[in-house]
Design a protein around this ligand. Structure first.
Ligand code: DON
Length: 311
């Protein structure tokens, strides 16, 4: 990395200033009623470097639920629990369709395209449930994320989990469809209960950039703090983030930003700059693919200014 901390800090501040001036903010997700309360004017960014130092700007300490960004953490946990057997139940190809689409699932006999579309993530969570009871599985997910972030205060936002439990008809449809193909081992309600709660993990950009750094630094948290997953696994998860992390917007994201990243409908995005940094951004307004509009703009600006694209 050729930049000083001051140069990185000013790049983050410039991205926040531009975000504040941008009029078009996108649409806040409303299909989960609790998320509809978010303020689209908010924008935060945090970067964690190889030495563990975190630099941030804007609304970087405000917590929000991470939603689909949680799929990265459950994928890492599932691969640790069931290993490569997971790939007989879910693919590794980009979907080119919306995150909650059911169409492809029918064509492909109940095997979701990848672990980041909702159907795939539900299968991933279900695979963790083959080794644990639902409460235990949730506790495993929370403690894994706390260990990654080295932050014991990280918790689940119960109001958001409840809100999605009451309204998550599409995910219920997807889960029943998976079950009809024998690709759900646990009961639909139990698997979805864990899935809705993992999506409601609440974090700030600072906390998320810290939780994601194992993906940027070969599966580890730094020389003193040890290995969380193998380097090979971290590299492979990042590869899936690049190809599938933004659903049918993945190609455009790779073109504009050029780093592996995973988005969530709360407007959070976790991005990985291999060997250099993990970056978390947040702004609740979404583009037509359900990815943060201003968050993508901030990442595009920072990654291009600092010349951090992997290409
Ligand atoms: O399952 C859902 O619909 C949400 N809990 C998460 C979806 C999501 O974050 C899609 N990403 N942009």
């Amino acid at each position: 990395m050729s930049q000083s901390l001051d140069e990185i800090k000013s790049a983050l501040q410039r991205a926040i200033e531009r975000a504040e001036q941008t009029k078009e903010r996108g649409k806040v997700a409303a299909y989960i009623p609790e998320l509809a309360k978010a303020d689209p004017q908010k924008a935060g960014i945090a970067v964690t470097l190889a030495n563990g130092e975190t630099i941030s700007a804007g609304d970087c300490n405000q917590q929000t639920t991470i939603q689909s960004v949680s799929k990265v953490f459950t994928l890492a946990l599932a691969l640790g629990t069931v290993g490569d057997r997971l790939w007989s139940r879910v693919g590794r190809e980009p979907s080119g369709s919306a995150f909650d689409s059911i169409l492809q699932l029918e064509h492909e006999n109940g095997v979701p395209r990848n672990p980041f579309v909702n159907a795939g993530a539900i299968v991933v969570t279900d695979s963790i449930l083959t080794s644990y009871q639902p409460k235990e599985a949730l506790a495993q997910i929370v403690s894994f994320v706390r260990a990654l972030a080295e932050d014991e205060t990280i918790h689940i936002d119960k109001a958001v989990a409840m809100s999605e439990t009451q309204t998550g008809h599409r995910n219920r449809a997807l889960a029943h469809y998976l079950a009809s193909h024998g690709n759900l081992r646990d009961e639909v309600d139990l698997t979805l209960g864990v899935y809705f709660h993992q999506c409601a993990l609440s974090m700030s950009c600072v906390q998320l950039s810290r939780a994601g750094r194992f993906l940027a630094f070969g599966g580890g948290l730094g020389p003193q703090n040890g290995q969380m997953v193998s380097a090979k696994r971290a590299k492979r998860i990042a590869a899936i983030m690049l190809t599938c992390g933004h659903y049918d917007g993945s190609g455009d994201f790779a073109y504009r930003v050029g780093v592996p990243a995973k988005s969530g409908v709360s407007g959070m995005i976790l991005a990985v700059v291999p060997h250099i940094a993990s970056i978390a951004v947040w702004s609740p307004g979404l583009n037509k693919h359900g990815n943060s509009l201003i968050g993508t703009q901030m990442l595009e600006q920072v990654v291009n200014e600092l010349d951090w694209s992997i290409f």
